[in-house]
Design a protein around this ligand. Structure first.
Ligand code: NDP
Length: 297
């Protein structure tokens, strides 16, 4: 079988960010509104610092305002809730994101649910999760939204396709399954207790791996011609260089021999996440003010 088509998330994300920048310019010109995104980071986790820096940079590049709040690792839950409350009330702020994970003294769910749902650009608030589950318009989690945009771009309508999502987290697996269901796929959600996972995966026209286990999904799990979306980001040792490298949850080399199309890691789903965050911030800026999103999003 020929090598699978590469789904280039990096290029798609560049295009999406360009469209968001155009939408921001239109919102400014027609309504005098500049969307603003507030990113809150508690503690000094190096990976989170890199994410927050990239988010801030790309927010500004899209023509939006970026507000960064860096708090010490010793911050109490009450202090963080006070900051969220002030951001909820700040009219210049359209989107609020608290970088996860938060330190142990803080309950992540309490923080997420303290964010005003109309500013919850991560789409993690129970109100937005409920809207997604019931098919109502709300803010959708960025990583699964990015996966969906890549799938629709590559496959066109998804209706009737069989989709298997491996992973059932609230931030990736579950919302991914909801989005695919909304597109009229027949969806199976697999997880650590699933029996004979390779056989389940082989049923999929669309296979989404969101597990956090390096290169777990091998070519013999893939139905010939299937579209494979690899959400995983895993840092592993690279014996060839003595350094580390990023790999997905899919063993790219073997899966690419069988799949019809596949996302690489890096350069697949990863870049779509921030692009969708910017998209969600623009959407929030419109919806919060009752501005129609037609021609802007
Ligand atoms: P979680 O750890 O929250 O969830 C992992 C899921 O995988 C769980 O539902 C778990 O099942 C399931 N799982 C674990 N081991 C197995 C196994 N052996 N067989 C089948 N299922 C298994 O991870 P996330 O959803 O947060 O992230 C998943 C991956 O996506 C990670 O690599 C993460 O780094 C990456 N990621 C990438 C993003 C991006 O921007 N590209 C953004 C967010 C995440 P159970 O529920 O039964 O425990």
């Amino acid at each position: 079988m020929a090598e699978a088509t590469l789904i280039d998330g990096k290029a798609f994300a560049v295009t999406l960010r360009g469209k968001v920048a155009e939408g921001v310019a239109k919102l400014k010109a027609d309504h005098g509104v500049t969307p603003g995104l507030a990113v809150v980071l508690v503690g000094e986790d190096p990976a989170s610092q890199v994410y927050v820096r990239n988010k801030g940079k790309q927010t500004v590049e899209a023509g939006m305002e970026s507000f960064e709040h860096k708090l010490p690792a010793t911050t109490s839950q009450a202090e963080l809730l006070a900051l969220i409350d002030s951001l909820n009330k700040d009219d210049k702020v359209d989107g609020i994101l608290c970088q996860l994970p938060v330190p142990d003294q803080i309950d992540g769910d309490t923080i997420i649910n303290a964010i005003a749902p109309e500013k919850d650009v991560d789409g993690f608030h129970v109100i937005n999760a409920g809207k997604l589950a019931t098919g109502q318009q709300g803010l959708v989690p960025c990583t699964p939204l990015g996966c969906l945009l890549l799938l629709k771009d590559h496959l066109g309508p998804l209706s009737g396709k069989s989709a298997v999502v491996i992973g059932r987290s609230n931030i990736v697996g579950k919302p991914m399954a909801q989005l695919l269901l909304k597109e009229s796929c027949t969806v199976t959600v697999a997880h650590s207790r699933t029996k004979d996972l390779p056989a389940v995966a082989r049923e999929a026209d669309i296979l989404v791996a969101a597990v956090g286990r390096p290169e777990m999904v091998t070519g013999d799990w893939v139905k010939p011609g299937a579209t494979v979306i690899d959400v995983g980001i895993n840092r592993v040792d690279n014996p060839e260089t003595g350094k580390t490298k990023l790999v997905g949850d899919v063993d790219f080399a073997s899966a690419a021999q069988v799949a019809g199309a596949i996302t690489p890691v890096p350069g697949g789903v990863g870049p779509m996440t921030i692009a969708c965050l910017l998209r969600n911030t623009l959407e929030a800026a419109c919806l919060r003010r009752g501005i129609p999103t037609d021609g802007i999003l």
